[in-house]
Design a protein around this ligand. Structure first.
Ligand SMILES: [Zn+2]
Length: 272
């Protein structure tokens, strides 16, 4: 299906469905991945591997909830042929707990998929798109237009993307152009660089504001030292990745705002 067929021009995605600003946020850890330090920190050691959590979140509003990212596609990981087709073992693999961490995390939080207002994906890397298999048919999934165009342009195994996670999902793709109000107290931020259309999310909770950096900042260090990750999908996007870090660091310095990196082994949700 062509991009235009799937795009939806509405700017405010879920305000009519959610009944007000977030009441809370449920952090989700959906697996882990061994990542060379040099990927997560520019200038890092390529021989030092970090076991990084794969994170996501459910944002709970009065009349529904929103899924932000979705971890791995377990159907691919647990099928040896599909896994071999999509994962390059020389440089990357996935670690998942038994069961289905996303389904179980959502159920444990008392959330029902029938109340999911929409899902948003920070970017189309395979450790973020796998959760779309659980999203109900016809539900909206929000992506940046630049990211969609990168996917439609052929990003695949070499780019750590499983196109079918998005293209075959029975969902309605809604494309955004930069910073966008998604719902009361929930905003998408343009943090392109890691991938051409990467986005982060601002969640205004009753007691504080959490910014989910996703892969614009893998580690806390990226923010505190203002050093970008060591990898971008396109070499020419390195400067954009650094701009995204500066943007996140500025937000992190504001009173009442916490920026959570996407893949830190000391993920803030684990420190509470
Ligand atoms: Zn990524």
């Amino acid at each position: 299906m062509a991009v235009g067929d799937r795009a939806d021009p509405l700017l405010v995605v879920g305000s009519d469905l959610l009944g007000g600003p977030p009441l809370g946020m449920v952090p989700l850890v959906l697996g882990a991945e061994p990542i060379p330090e040099s990927i997560s920190v520019r200038g890092g050691d390529p021989a030092r591997f970090l076991l990084e959590p794969v994170t996501a979140a459910a944002v709970v509003h009065p009349d529904g909830w929103v899924l932000l990212d979705g971890g791995f596609n377990l159907d691919v990981i647990r099928d040896p042929v599909a896994r071999a087709a999509h994962y390059d073992y020389e440089s990357y693999t996935a670690v998942v707990p038994p069961g289905d961490a996303l389904a179980e995390g959502v159920a444990a939080a008392g959330l029902d998929w029938s109340r999911l207002a929409f899902a948003a994906i920070s970017h189309v890397h395979l450790d973020h798109t796998g959760g779309l298999r659980l999203v109900p048919p016809g539900c909206r999934v929000v992506l940046q237009r630049r990211e969609w165009e990168w996917l439609a342009g052929g990003a695949g195994r070499d780019e750590t993307v499983i196109p079918a996670d998005v293209l075959d999902a029975d969902v309605r793709i809604q494309l955004l152009d930069g910073d966008t109000e998604l719902a009361p107290g929930l905003r998408a931020l343009d943090t392109r660089g890691h991938t051409p259309g990467h986005q982060s999310f601002v969640v205004e909770l009753p007691d504080r504001t959490v910014v989910l950096a996703c892969d614009a900042a893998d580690l806390r260090r990226n923010i505190t030292e203002r050093v970008a990750c060591g990898w971008t999908a396109r070499a020419e996007d390195a400067a954009a990745a650094q701009r995204a870090i500066e943007r996140l660091a500025e937000l992190d310095g504001r009173p009442g705002v916490e920026v959570w990196p996407g893949h830190d082994p000391e993920w803030p949700a684990w420190q509470r």
